[in-house]
Design a protein around this ligand. Structure first.
Ligand code: GLU
Length: 533
């Protein structure tokens, strides 16, 4: 199959035309075939973490659909058609296939996630909340995990399409909106920043008796609700969705404690002047009743991981300051009376809710939503806690994990993982052109050496792989005369093993370019890719 790839690359190079990004993407996906079945492209796309429904790939997917209708079998794309489909989203697609996303080896990462999911699935403890019928009806077996990275890579496992109420998981979101709409100073003139050390629904203010402790407990969240600008609009508009209405009514009917907190806050003048406290409580109950799925909530978490920009729409939803404040408070106060322990063991910002959700953020990497209704004694999802704990056991995501010297844990992030993949691949002596092609696409240094200082060109020359030799010389512009630890060059190898055609290519190349000697010649990975493109 590699012969085909190199012939095509040769022909464009010989014609004086450098392969375009679309060409390179075609060769990568086609793996030596002349055509690509659409499902093969979609499978390869999924392996990068991108979804075909990603709004950033809209043009590509629409063109693909239209193009396939016009093909004879409704499936197969030749190079020309493929290029037409991918061209409008080529930058994102190239990033994906060049493994430039935050989790480059997404498939391996998600297989670990699936194992952690399975591990937590076996847990049986906990009680499903039953203070309203809308929560009591959930099966204790429901269990779902969805994640979305800051590059919009998505993965989902379990009951991720079942809708459930955000409940207290909405608290960080509305706090973020309040800070975004006003300012940190304004919001914190009404609400503190300190963990309360008390039950989340305690009728209590901070030491000076002035402010609710923080926006993650009910008192703080109710005051926070009075600060968000959506209030007037939401409350005037009739509720159009009957199930939201049912949940909201149930919340209100069982909300005596929250009413008590509301009146107490009013008595203590905790709201901005002119606040209608009962309307604020209505909005508070409505916000608790917002329905999400694990999948949709993972994008909300990812927006927090991504400094307030939604990874899949690119839209700025929250200011970086609002997000930073929110993550800080989630970290110290987000997990009810388990917050200190969670910060200690997991070391990530999170917020849980009575419906069994845990909104977890790995800042600058990904957002995760875990959902399973059975709760432990402190009100956190039993399976969710297990998953979060296992996650940081396996990956170095804990805020205080040392990223440089901790060898025990995996680092799936680009800077860590990618480097290791590159080194192994380069020194493996692989002469299969498909991986080489992919490495070139991923801007790998095609001149890397193994422990004997041998390069891929040494191996290709010794084994007589003409097309690979051509590819390395012409497309990757590698140094043609590197010496291994015995002082041998690729030419020496080709002569030694009697590969005359390789000798000829090396000679011609040498005459054409008369490149500098081994010591002088240095090609950076970026440079070799630039010349390739
Ligand atoms: N609706 C609940 C309340 O305000 C939310 C509880 C929770 O998720 O913590 O009491």
């Amino acid at each position: 199959c590699f012969i085909y790839i190199y012939k095509r690359i040769d022909s464009v190079i010989n014609a004086g035309i450098l392969p375009s990004l679309e060409d390179l993407l075609f060769y990568t996906v086609a793996e030596g075939q002349e055509t690509i079945p659409a499902h093969k492209f979609l499978t390869a796309l999924k392996a990068t973490g991108l979804r075909s429904g990603d709004p950033r790939l809209k043009e590509c997917m629409e063109t693909l659909k239209d193009t396939l209708k016009k093909t004879s079998d409704g499936v197969t794309l030749d190079r020309h058609l493929f290029k037409k489909c991918v061209q409008s989203n080529i930058v994102l697609l190239t990033q994906a296939f060049r493994k430039k996303f935050v989790i480059p080896d997404f498939q391996s990462f998600t297989s670990h996630i699936d194992e952690l999911y399975e591990n937590a699935k076996n847990l049986t403890g906990g009680q499903v909340a039953d203070y309203i019928p809308q929560l009591a009806r959930f099966s204790p077996d429901l269990w779902a995990v969805s994640l979305c990275t800051v590059d919009g890579q998505r993965h989902t496992v379990g009951d991720t399409k079942v809708p459930f109420c955000l409940q207290s998981c909405v608290k960080p979101l509305k706090y973020a909106v309040a800070v975004h709409d006003h300012s940190t100073e304004y919001v914190h003139s009404f609400i503190g920043k300190e963990p309360s050390g008390l039950r989340f629904n305690k009728l209590f203010l901070n030491e000076d008796g002035e402010l609710p402790h923080n926006p993650m407990v009910n008192a703080g969240a109710i005051v926070c609700t009075s600060l968000i600008k959506v209030k007037a609009v939401t409350l005037r508009r009739p509720l159009c969705c009957s199930s939201l209405c049912d949940r909201f009514q149930s919340e209100r009917e069982s909300g005596d404690r929250n009413f008590a907190i509301g009146y107490y806050l009013k008595e203590k003048k905790c709201f901005p002047e002119g606040t209608d406290m009962t309307s604020v409580l209505d909005l508070y109950f409505q916000l608790c009743s917002i329905e999400v799925t694990c999948e949709s909530a993972s994008v909300m978490a990812a927006t927090l991981a991504n400094g307030g920009i939604c990874p899949i729409t690119g839209e700025r939803v929250l200011s970086p300051e609002a997000v930073r404040n929110t993550l800080s408070l989630m970290h110290s106060c987000g997990m009810y009376d388990f917050s200190g322990q969670f910060a200690f063991h997991v070391g990530l910002p999170a917020k849980s809710g009575v419906s069994g959700g845990i909104l977890l953020v790995v800042p600058n990497v990904m957002g995760i939503m875990c959902w399973s209704p059975p709760l432990d004694k402190l009100g956190n999802s039993v399976r969710g806690i297990q998953f979060c704990t296992d996650l940081v056991e396996l990956f170095n995501f804990h805020n205080y994990d040392n990223l440089r010297h901790c060898a025990k844990k995996h680092d799936p992030r680009r800077e860590g993982g990618d480097q290791r993949v590159r080194t192994n691949a380069a020194s493996s002596g692989s002469c299969d052109s498909t991986p080489l092609q992919q490495f070139a696409l991923s801007s790998m240094d095609m001149e890397q050496r193994d422990y004997d200082s041998r390069t891929a060109l040494h191996v290709a020359a010794a084994e007589g792989h003409i097309e690979v030799v051509r590819f390395l010389l012409e497309a990757c512009k590698v140094n043609p005369v590197p010496t291994d630890r015995w002082g041998n060059t690729p030419m020496d190898e080709a002569v030694h093993f009697g590969h005359h055609d390789v000798v000829t290519i090396l000679q011609q190349y040498h005459e054409k370019y008369s490149p500098p000697s081994d010591d002088e010649h240095k090609t950076s990975p970026e440079k070799s890719l630039d010349s390739l493109l």
